[in-house]
Design a protein. Structure first.
Length: 245
């Protein structure tokens, strides 16, 4: 886990953020600038990148979610909320499911962006053994990290994490709706994102018992970067409403 701002003494809640495939905790490095200090912003660092570069990438969604859930349990001394973008939304859901079923901690609000529900998610169509195909896919999605992959030396270091995450995205899908979580969620999607559509909110409603609100923002798959401040403000406002309720 990484904090891009030290936790304050008077923390009232924690917002745990899950990056998209191929990215890292630094995806959220500027988020704390838009969040009051009483909300502790914690970014999940998947294995195989940055300070965890020497570790093997997770081989499956179950492996990744099990490890992240176990690492996050100590942070449940304050009310938790989770945000995930793209693959990160799937990880956030799976971690919240483990909190509820394994650790007896339910009611964690979810903020889910640019991803279909577990039983409706479409496997990523890319050859994970083809380096050029991986790079092309990130360019196609509009990833803000493509400049790193354009540098041959940096590509050699970062591409294994991209490959590992994309393999998870190729294999992860629940054949049936999993047990619904006792919580609420907000589903964010980009108006021009080819990977999501207006029906996806219904899929999330199948697995979120407390209701799902949809919010559509202009942009493609990485609208969360283009409209970061607006998105973070909406999450913060919604989180304060939950704390007050």
């Amino acid at each position: 886990m990484r904090r891009h701002r030290p936790a304050a003494v008077d923390v009232k809640a924690r917002l745990v953020c899950f990056p998209p495939a191929g990215s890292a905790a630094s995806f959220f490095r500027s988020w704390p600038e838009s969040v009051p200090t009483e909300i502790d912003v914690v970014a999940v660092q998947y294995p195989g990148r940055q300070e965890r570069l020497g570790e093997e990438c997770a081989g499956s969604m179950d492996e990744l979610a099990d490890a992240v859930a176990a690492a996050l349990v100590p942070l449940a001394d304050r009310p938790l909320a989770m945000f995930g973008h793209s693959m990160g939304a799937s990880v956030a859901f799976e971690v919240a499911a483990r909190f509820q079923s394994t650790y007896g901690i339910g009611g964690i609000p979810l903020f889910l962006a640019a991803r279909a529900a577990p039983h409706r998610v479409r496997p990523l169509d890319v050859d994970c053994d083809d380096d050029q195909a991986l790079v092309r896919k990130l360019h196609e999605l509009g990833s803000p990290d493509t400049h790193v992959l354009d540098d041959p030396e940096l590509r050699e270091v970062t591409l294994p994490a991209v490959r590992g995450d994309f393999r998870i995205c190729r294999t992860y899908r629940r054949p049936e709706p999993p047990a619904a979580l006792d919580t609420t969620a907000v589903f964010y999607r980009g108006s021009a994102d080819p990977g999501t559509d207006a029906d996806d909110v219904n899929g999330w409603s199948d697995v979120i018992r407390g209701g799902v609100r949809e919010a559509v923002l202009p942009g493609g798959h990485f609208f969360v970067v283009q409209h970061e401040r607006l998105l973070v403000q909406d999450i913060t406002r919604h989180l304060y409403g939950l704390l007050a309720g």
